[in-house]
Write a protein that binds this ligand. Structure first.
Ligand SMILES: [Zn+2]
Length: 72
């Protein structure tokens, strides 16, 4: 019976250690997913893709530049 209890305690300790190491190795959420950057096809400025205005195949920084289109 004592061996069985010792076995349970050892399992609990291992479980706690694994959980603690998992928590430590996990990076913070904002570091895990770096924001994708894109480039305005008109003025060339770089900005987060989530803020882009889509125009056909290209990304633009604002609605005005989308209307003006690609500047060569
Ligand atoms: Zn632009």
């Amino acid at each position: 019976m004592a061996k069985f209890l010792l076995f349970i305690v050892v399992l609990a300790v291992i479980y706690a250690l694994v959980r603690a190491s998992n928590r430590r190795s996990k990076p913070p959420p904002e570091a895990r997913t770096p924001e994708a950057m894109t480039r305005c096809a008109h003025c060339g400025v770089h900005f987060p893709r989530t803020e882009s205005v889509r125009g056909g195949e290209n990304d633009y920084c604002c609605e005005d530049h989308r209307r003006l289109g690609v500047r060569s």
